[in-house]
Design a protein around this ligand. Structure first.
Ligand code: ARG
Length: 570
């Protein structure tokens, strides 16, 4: 589907060909091409390859330079001990821009095509309020689902809700005994827990209620369903506000696997992987030992016969592999669950479910910190309600937008403030290196300058306004016009979008896309400072408008893959 190979790939292929031409015995060697500060690209291959053919790196570099296709690599210069600095022809650069503009997918291919990818993300716990800890998994998981889906993967989103467990016996019992309680589920959950701990008789009645729930007693099950439905409604409000892809169909919570737990444990016992230990059934890791030097266990069945989080995840991975037929399994949770997933993957591998062809990965992320450097809490020490936090971000974004553009109609200001505020929260989360902790600082998030969502949205809106003022129909590129330095830098950045997305799909790190978009916006700013667009005579004007167009589309598209709106006016 008119995929446009990036210049980096084209140059890599050209240098590979040149190496093979110069020295046939080196055919197939890696030409080690990357972006360069001294030219468009550089190849460092001669340094490592020269020895293989008994010559010096400089000598080999000269041979490669003389063999290279000059229609693409117009200038290839030797530098240092044997580097090649490569400058692509102006014509080839313009052709890239024009081909990307002509493509509805910006010339991007579908390297993930047919790869069935489960993305497990969000997964809040029923009857507990979703808090800032669930923000990261929801935002990161959603962006990964978008990027992988765009690249052709068949993404199966799974919201592994914490909707099952002994705590529901307690909660249902409490609701039955306090029929007129009107507080939120979250508050009642805490009250039930307090009563459970203080009152042994209530604890006993709660345990009986767990048995009733597990054996499918109709009244108890109906009660449980109500609780789940009410919680899900509250989650849905947050999802809608955040604009994430998750739908009710994606909710496949822990309870879904309940009927599969016994057979999962039996299969693992039959395979000799799970063993009885002190009345419980466990799997001892063959790879990980605890501080005591003993193998770390996964708990499959507790001594009282109950199943837990570990068992559920074993049934889950088995289901995702055998029934969903996934090729790739991603679990987006905080880094504290690293050991859990390591043990789950090990067990699934030993059981023969997880084979070489299937990739399973924990996609961990760091903690959200408050300004005091400790996990983010309210002044009173409670968890921060997600809705309050989003309201706050939107209010501050509103002030920033209103100050910058006082002429906005109130309704438009409201809409833009919402897009900027929510975008700012998401961007702040996505733009820090995933595994690092980050500090939740609303003022910095909505700042107009620096690597923020608002900065990128403004860049997009500004270019949109240039295009509106131009009023031209589709721009026409004249590929014979020489490129200025700023045009070239912007064009090469635009062309690098494809490889950035592939990089994100492999590393599962959305901050690489953020970093790319920020670099692109800055390349545009430099370009716009030194290259008049509307006042330039044709064909220069047309070419520059084409760069503006492609920049706006790339920024808008990239923000879209981060799940962030790209308003055309701000
Ligand atoms: N509900 C869990 C939590 O809040 C996250 C579940 C992640 N997914 C999984 N398959 N274990 O920590």
């Amino acid at each position: 589907m008119n995929e446009v190979p990036p210049l980096l790939d084209q140059v890599t292929a050209a240098i590979a060909t040149a190496i093979g031409r110069a020295r046939p015995e080196l055919a197939g060697a890696d030409p080690v091409v990357s972006r360069s500060e001294h030219a468009d690209f550089q190849s460092n291959s001669a340094l490592s390859l020269a020895k293989r053919v008994g010559t010096s790196p400089r000598e080999l570099a000269v041979e490669v330079r003389d063999a290279v296709d000059t229609a693409l690599c117009e200038g290839t210069a030797l530098s240092g001990p044997g580097f090649l600095n490569i400058t692509v022809s102006d014509h080839a650069v313009w052709q890239q821009i024009s081909a990307r503009l002509a493509s509805p997918r910006l010339g991007m291919g579908t390297p993930e095509l047919g790869r069935r990818t489960v993305v497990d993300y969000s997964a809040p716990n029923i009857a507990k309020e979703m808090h800032v800890g669930h923000l990261r998994t929801t935002i990161i998981g959603d962006s990964l689902a978008r990027v992988l889906g765009f690249l052709g993967a068949e993404v199966i989103r799974q919201n592994h809700l914490g909707d099952w467990g002994t705590q529901f016996g307690m909660l249902i019992q409490y609701l039955d005994e306090h029929p007129s309680a009107t507080s939120t589920l979250d508050e009642m959950y805490r009250a039930a827990r307090a009563e459970f701990e203080a009152d042994a008789a209530f604890a006993d009645r709660s345990r009986t209620r767990v048995v009733a729930l597990q054996s499918g007693e109709p009244d108890t099950v109906a009660r449980w369903r109500e609780i789940v439905a009410e919680s899900e409604k509250a989650f849905r409000v947050i999802y809608d506000r955040l604009g994430v892809l998750l739908t009710p169909e994606d909710s496949v919570g822990e309870s879904f696997y309940n009927p599969l737990l016994a057979e999962t444990v039996a299969a693992l016992k039959d395979a000799g992987i799970a063993v009885e230990s002190e009345g419980a059934v466990v799997i001892f890791s063959a790879e990980v030992t605890g501080p005591d030097g003993k193998p770390v266990p996964l708990m499959l069945r507790k001594r009282d016969g109950g199943f837990g989080y570990d068992t559920t995840d074993l049934a889950t991975i088995r289901y995702r592999i055998r029934v969903l037929r996934a090729d790739r399994l991603l679990y987006v949770t905080d880094s504290r669950q690293a050991l859990h997933f390591r043990l789950i993957f090990e067990a699934a591998r030993r059981a023969g479910w997880l084979t070489e062809e299937i990739e399973a990965a924990h996609v961990p992320y760091g903690t959200v910190l408050g300004s005091d450097g400790r996990p983010f809490k309210t002044r009173a020490g409670g968890t921060v309600r997600l809705m309050d936090l989003l309201d706050d971000a939107v209010a501050r974004a509103r002030a920033v937008v209103a100050e910058k553009n006082p002429g906005l109609e109130p309704a438009e200001l409201d809409r833009i403030a919402e897009e900027a505020g929510i975008g700012a929260v998401k961007y702040a989360d996505l733009s820090t290196s995933r595994i690092k902790d980050y500090t939740f600082d609303v003022d910095r998030m909505v700042a107009l300058a620096g690597n923020t969502g608002v900065y990128l949205q403004y860049a997009h809106a500004r270019i949109s306004s240039i295009l509106r003022n131009a009023g031209d129909a589709d721009p026409v590129i004249d590929a014979t016009v020489p490129l200025t330095a700023a045009e070239r830098a912007l064009a090469l950045e635009l062309d690098a979008y494809a490889n950035t997305l592939i990089d994100v799909s492999q590393t599962l790190e959305p901050h690489r896309l953020c970093g790319y978009l920020y670099a692109l916006a800055r390349a545009f700013t430099t370009f716009y400072e030194v290259c008049p667009v509307l006042k330039a005579p044709n064909p220069v004007r047309g070419n520059r408008l084409a760069l503006c167009h492609l920049t706006a589309r790339t920024l808008g598209h990239g923000l879209g893959l981060l799940g962030i709106a790209a308003p055309t006016r701000m």
